[in-house]
Design a protein around this ligand. Structure first.
Ligand SMILES: [Zn+2]
Length: 245
């Protein structure tokens, strides 16, 4: 989930488009990236306070969403934390922060999960890590937020660190964020009450960008960004264009 992406990109003074950048020699196969994600996820779980308090609600919210994506079975846990965030890794590790569940309704959380599943389904991390920007952004993210997350100040020098920081800081490009929003919207539009379900993506973004400006360092740094307004408009336009009532 990222209302933060553009900040990181601005901070690193890097171009927004990935397509124009030449790929470096392979930074690892998709299997390597998936293996790193699995390690990374384990590491984060070990350092986080995992709560089962929301499990019953999460089961309700997840009902009907894809369970296996790109051959990876999605695996959910909730971290007890004040940040409003969620992330997904290419090995199917999906983590939701408790503050998000406290502040969003079920439809909104579902839309966020659809977005996260979209990043996995569309292989965004694989795309991201294989570009020059992926490396540079990984480093900037590590520097910017590494210590704030209590994970040590990473240097972004290995694949594991990049996978970790990229996932938590949700530093995908605006284009990839929009693609993940669209994936979620299209998924939800086909459900019963599809229009209402899909528009929950817009209200989730709105809440995260406003209520997300809370007390933690991460929220202060990344809470609000004009790109969020563009993403909200994109969601609303897409729902409208679908003609689904
Ligand atoms: Zn995202």
């Amino acid at each position: 989930m990222s209302v933060k992406t553009a900040f990181l990109i601005a901070a690193a003074a890097l171009p927004l488009t990935l397509s124009g950048c030449g790929s470096m020699e392979s930074l690892g196969s998709e299997q390597d990236i998936i293996a790193s994600a699995a390690q990374s996820c384990q590491k984060l779980d070990a350092k986080s306070q995992i709560t089962t308090r929301y499990d019953a609600r999460m089961r309700v919210i997840r009902q009907g969403l894809p369970e296996v994506v790109n051959g990876q079975t999605l695996n959910y846990k909730v971290y007890q934390t004040k940040d409003m965030n969620a992330f997904a890794m290419p090995n199917g590790c999906v983590r939701v922060y408790s503050a998000l569940l406290d502040r969003l309704n079920n439809d909104e959380v579902r839309a966020v999960l659809g977005h996260e599943i979209g990043h996995v389904a569309l292989r965004h991390s694989v795309q991201q890590y294989r570009t020059n920007n992926g490396v540079a952004l990984g480093m900037s993210a590590a520097n910017a937020i590494g210590s704030a997350l209590g994970l040590g100040g990473g240097t972004g020098s290995d694949l594991l660190e990049r996978v970790t920081y990229s996932a938590i800081s949700a530093q995908y490009s605006q284009r990839l964020e929009t693609e993940a929003d669209n994936y979620s919207v299209d998924l939800l539009l086909h459900e019963k009450n599809g229009r209402q379900k899909a528009l929950a993506m817009a209200s989730a973004l709105r809440k995260i960008s406003t209520e997300g400006q809370g007390s933690t360092m991460l929220q202060k740094m990344f809470g609000d960004h004009p790109d969020t307004a563009d993403r909200i408009k994109n969601v609303e336009d897409r729902v409208k264009a679908s003609g689904i009532k």
